[in-house]
Design a binder for this molecule. Structure first.
Ligand SMILES: [Zn+2]
Length: 329
């Protein structure tokens, strides 16, 4: 039995009640408040009716979580309900333990971040990245073409365009094979670091068939948002040290570095095996790596020459490695 008075966003519709799912909300989702459906019971009352979360249908743990949050103990079923509450409490404790552990790890890494990066810091970091680049980066006009050639196989379907060039059928033209893109004299300013299904017109995850890269971007590796030229430069310098740290200590294989033209660098690495990904995932907060570009392969990243809206400066390719550590391209 659920205590209807404790539910939020309650809406009555024919034969059922729609409300916010308390378990989803506890996890930060269901902001609109329509995941929970409660059906009228045999006696016509909702108190005795069946309930389900439409996002977690058939998930008994989720049902137990809902009950633990807004359930009412029915005397006849007390032993079972008690059990449900106990199980939920244990689960919550475990989750809290993991969160505490993550916080401790994050703090530990952050406290020592600059010291960790110190051995990799270099005043002439740009020249250093250039010098270490396996591909020559002298011809600025050919950068976008060189970037595609080195980073993607010819038959991979790639999205390129402006930030909003996806999501509608007319955007099918923004999805072409690498080979087709290379035939164009001028290439669009942005690319997503993924291979897409043929005939895609949106960058949704369902259309992604391969995620060959992980991206490190740090908007605040100096510990706060950079607001002066000196701080922006320092932010990029520390990120360049992070690139070398990632190669040395995390075993990552660097493929490209793009200076966004403002305060950050985009570090493109080959995606490592899942076991390594799990370990890195736990470190990204500590290393002040932005979660979004790290987790999402469908975001429109800057190509070389893309003008930054704040600084009015172009993005620059600082490093390009045509050799993949994963399957050959
Ligand atoms: Zn739910």
């Amino acid at each position: 039995m659920l205590d209807l008075s404790r539910l939020e966003k309650v809406k009555h519709s024919s034969g059922k009640i729609i409300a916010a799912c308390p378990a989803c909300r506890a996890e930060g989702s269901d902001r609109t408040g329509n995941h929970l459906a409660i059906f009228a019971g045999d006696d016509g009352s909702f108190e005795s009716g069946r309930y389900t979360c439409i996002r977690h249908e058939g998930d008994s743990d989720h049902s137990k979580a809902i009950f633990a949050l807004v359930g009412v103990i029915d005397n006849e079923r007390q032993p079972l309900d008690h059990q449900a509450r106990r199980e939920y409490a244990i689960k919550r404790q475990e989750q809290e333990r993991i969160e505490r552990e993550q916080k401790r790890l994050t703090k530990g890494i952050q406290d020592n971040l600059e010291r960790k990066l110190e051995p990799y810091l270099c005043d002439s970091w740009r020249a250093e990245l250039f010098d270490r680049s396996p591909m020559s980066l002298d011809c600025i006009d050919a950068m976008r073409h060189d970037f595609l050639k080195c980073m993607f196989p010819q038959d991979a379907v790639l999205w390129m365009g402006g930030v909003y060039d996806a999501g509608k059928p007319e955007h099918r033209a923004n999805f072409k094979t690498c080979k087709e893109w290379l035939k164009l004299e001028t290439l669009p300013p942005r690319i997503a670091p993924a291979h897409f299904r043929e005939e895609s017109f949106s960058r949704t995850n369902e259309n992604i068939i391969k995620k060959p890269f992980i991206i490190f971007e740090c908007d605040e590796i100096i510990g706060k948002e950079p607001s002066t030229d000196t701080e922006r430069e320092r932010n990029k310098q520390l990120t360049s040290a992070l690139a070398l740290y990632a190669i040395d200590k995390l075993g990552l294989h660097l493929r490209a570095v793009i200076d966004s033209g403002n305060k950050s660098l985009h570090l493109w690495f080959d995606r490592p095996p899942q076991s390594a990904m799990n370990a890195i995932e736990r470190m990204i907060l500590g290393l002040r790596i932005d979660a979004n570009p790290f987790r999402q392969s469908n975001i429109p990243l800057r190509m070389p020459g893309c003008i930054h809206i704040d600084s009015k400066k172009p993005a620059r390719l600082l490093h390009l490695n045509h050799i993949s550590q994963n399957e050959s391209i």
